[in-house]
Design a binder for this molecule. Structure first.
Ligand code: BTN
Length: 240
């Protein structure tokens, strides 16, 4: 696989999306700075120069987008595996794919696609990991965040990217062959909401329930007053 390295880009996701026709599964792109880093739900991803890892990987799905369901959980599991192997403890995952360290967000994943719904589909998996956040930057972020700078085993950015590329390729292969089965236990071991009272926001709707983990399609299971219900979208948080 190839690695496209840039000092500066608008967004590593946008770069790969622009070049899908020339890419092979497993190719990655890294930038030291993103002038228009993208987050989920149309938010921007603050991407100051040299401080963090901004990385995207290309992956082709031969059988169309249906295959993509559950994939974001696989990416989260791969990230956890890599960070764990580098000696980082106290990791957690928030459905569908945020990574937490000491209960504060450490990394985010944004998966973007292009292609036809039922045929070949191009996936771009974007990953942002906070490595060393300054206070001035941190103040601009509207949620509790963490980084790797206090960690005795704070990894080199390039080591992290290489390890991630390797693990993602292994886990995505497994997912393509066997689906989510192999990931359910890995997810459960780090699921920060398992067994907790949560609320799921879907548009104007708020659903309350107890989180019972995920099912084999990657949907989140909530024990609500209507019984156990799977949800595929929405934003989950602890019920306060
Ligand atoms: C989130 O909102 O939690 C997802 C953030 C994803 C950020 C990464 S940084 C590398 C890649 N390129 C982008 O423009 N976004 C993703």
């Amino acid at each position: 696989s190839r690695c496209f390295y840039f000092d500066e880009l608008p967004s590593t996701n946008a770069f790969l999306l622009k070049h899908v026709e020339e890419l092979s599964s497993g190719d990655i792109c890294i930038a030291e700075y993103q002038s228009a880093g993208r987050g989920r739900r149309g938010r921007n991803w603050v991407s100051p120069y040299g401080c963090h890892l901004y990385c995207s990987m290309y992956w082709k799905l031969e059988q169309g987008m249906a295959q993509a369901s559950g994939l974001s959980l696989v990416v989260a599991c791969a990230l956890v595996e890599v960070l764990k192997c580098l000696g980082i403890d106290d990791l957690g995952v928030k459905w569908p794919n945020d990574i937490y360290l000491n209960n504060k967000k450490l990394a985010g994943v944004l998966i973007e696609m292009s292609g036809q719904p039922d045929s070949e589909c191009h996936l771009v998996i974007g990953i942002g990991i906070n490595i060393s956040m300054s206070h001035a930057q941190g103040d601009k972020i509207d949620q509790a965040w963490s980084d790797l700078s206090d960690n005795p085993s704070c990894p080199e950015k390039t080591d992290l990217a290489v390890a991630l590329q390797k693990q993602l390729k292994i886990d995505l292969e497994t997912f393509q062959n066997d689906g989510l089965t192999a990931f359910l236990e890995r997810w459960k071991a780090v699921d920060i909401f398992f067994g907790k009272q949560v609320k799921l926001l879907m548009g104007d709707n708020e659903i309350n329930g107890i989180c019972k983990g995920i099912d084999s399609t990657g949907a989140i299971l909530l024990e609500t007053d209507k019984g156990l219900v799977p949800f595929v979208g929405g934003e989950i948080s602890l019920r306060s």
